[in-house]
Ligand binder design. Sequence first.
Ligand code: NDP
Ligand SMILES: O=C(O)C1=N[C@H](C(=O)O)C[C@H](O)C1
Length: 271
Amino acid sequence: MIRTVITGITGRMGSTLLRLTRDAEDLQVVGATERPGSAAVGLDAGLAARLGALEVQVVDDLARALDTATADVVIDFTSAEVSVAHAKMCAARGVAFVCGSTGFSPEATALLVESAKAIPIVAAPNMSVGVNVVIRVAAELARVLGPGFDVEVLEAHHRMKKDAPSGTALRLAEVLASALGRTQDDLAFARHGQIGARPPDEIGVQTLRGGDVVGEHTVYFFGEGERIELTHRATSRDQFGLGALRAARWVVGRPPGLYDMADVLGFQRTS
Ligand SMILES: NC(=O)C1=CN([C@@H]2O[C@H](COP(=O)(O)OP(=O)(O)OC[C@H]3O[C@@H](n4cnc5c(N)ncnc54)[C@H](OP(=O)(O)O)[C@@H]3O)[C@@H](O)[C@H]2O)C=CC1
Ligand SMILES: O=C(O)C1=N[C@H](C(=O)O)C[C@H](O)C1
């Protein structure tokens, strides 16, 4: 049994992860956390996430959860800021860490890298197998099509999403830039007014927000007289959660380091 702690268990992903972990034969929920001040703190985690009793009490501090129960791995989909603090707590205790949060600043990424010197961490902006295949295929398409095609990334998410563009869109843009020999400076996150002709090296990254959209990403390759559209549409959060569980199984027992879903899935890294 892989002893698992899940953070943010009343969140969209936290509650999904709690249900999927409860239903997995080789994983056991040994801890659950929520934000300090949350009404869920002190309740049974299963009841707080409307799943039925699990006999694991929600606590408001991951350090306490880890000091109370022996854990092999923490799965964390909260926010970049909280994940960085949680990774540090895991590093201090030698517990593996799976991080699905997005919205990382360069400084937050550096802190995650620091924790990964002590423990194995899988961090990926999207844990669905389908999206990770799309990332690979997008890089290959960019290489094959070359500079004659204008590349744009479009993402759409639910109205509650806090970060923009999505972590997945950013990853796609970075991978496409790398495949085309371009840099961060070529990414265009907004267009407004008299912008003039599109610079040939530009990679546009655009955001839509609304309703309950789970997550949609399209890479456009606009050519002369033709275009290719590569789209992934998530219609359930389960595929993100199942990917995270796969990462948890893979990461326990690995040497310290910062790993990606490409490592978990056995893909060659695209950037
Ligand atoms: N990698 C992937 O495949 C995916 C990544 N994501 C990313 O995961 C993150 C979470 O997304 P989502 O589930 O939609 O967001 P939610 O806001 O629904 O969930 C986050 C949860 O974490 C809680 N939380 C906040 N601070 C703490 C803390 N200190 N300790 C414990 N829990 C805390 C929040 O509580 P409160 O609301 O009270 O603040 C909330 O319940 C985002 O960054 C999102 O982009 C999402 C889907 C897939
Ligand atoms: O916040 C979300 O919901 C999602 N976030 C991830 C991202 O920012 O890429 C992945 C997924 O599309 C859902």
